[in-house]
Design a protein around this ligand. Structure first.
Ligand SMILES: CC(C)(COP(=O)(O)OP(=O)(O)OC[C@H]1O[C@@H](n2cnc3c(N)ncnc32)[C@H](O)[C@@H]1OP(=O)(O)O)[C@@H](O)C(=O)NCCC(=O)NCCS
Length: 170
């Protein structure tokens, strides 16, 4: 769903602590690619149908930009939702190279544990749009940046795992 719908869904349920990228504007000017490219957002609901978390990314050709992760305080926070949301993110992004700027140490450490690596600013992909290159470098210099990580392949697509297993046993 688009980002504004996430904000509305939370608001309708009385929760106002989730902000759009353009309202958060953590590392870059509000009109940067990171905040203006349309994002695909995925919300999690608890069994009472209460919205309790969200994750998303903005696709850009074969690349993608993290659009944030947020768990709802108090009921969605600290209950192990982050791994579920990240799993969804990885499924949805497919093989796009995803870049994320992190403001949270906890989030960055977790993403690292599922295969995200440092962004090598000296060797960014040649076909990465120039504006994205510039903005990755700009974000890297921001004092609030905790980490800047990237991930290309996802290794846990069930169909692939099955195909690999089949291939190996034949
Ligand atoms: C960042 C945020 C999404 C984390 O969510 P959370 O609800 O606090 O965390 P969760 O309980 O879902 O995740 C904890 C689980 O992640 C995993 N995990 C956490 N840190 C980990 C690490 N360093 N290594 C490996 N796994 C880790 C564990 O499975 C852990 O479960 P456990 O505590 O039962 O062992 C949440 O704090 C938030 O919404 N913050 C405000 C917005 C924000 O800062 N977003 C990130 C911007 S970069």
């Amino acid at each position: 769903m688009p980002e504004h719908q996430v904000v509305e869904t939370f608001r309708e349920d009385g929760y106002t602590q989730f902000e759009k990228r353009s309202d958060r504007g953590t590392f870059l000017p509000y009109d940067s690619l990171w905040y203006t490219e349309p994002a695909r957002m995925f919300m999690a609901f608890n069994p009472e149908n209460k919205p309790i978390g969200v994750i998303g990314f903005a696709p850009l050709g074969k690349f993608a930009m993290g659009a944030g992760i947020h768990t709802r305080r108090p009921e969605g926070r600290g209950v192990g939702l982050m791994p579920i949301l990240v799993e969804k993110l990885l499924q949805e992004k497919g093989n796009a190279k995803l870049f994320i700027n992190f403001a949270s140490r906890k989030a960055a450490d977790y993403y690292r544990s599922v295969g995200f690596n440092d962004v090598d600013l000296e060797n960014l992909p040649e076909d990465l749009p120039e504006q994205m290159k510039r903005e990755l470098i700009q974000a890297s210099q921001h004092p609030k940046l905790v980490e800047q990580l990237q991930k290309t392949m996802m290794y846990n697509v069930p169909q692939w795992v099955d195909t690999l297993k089949k291939g190996m046993s034949e």
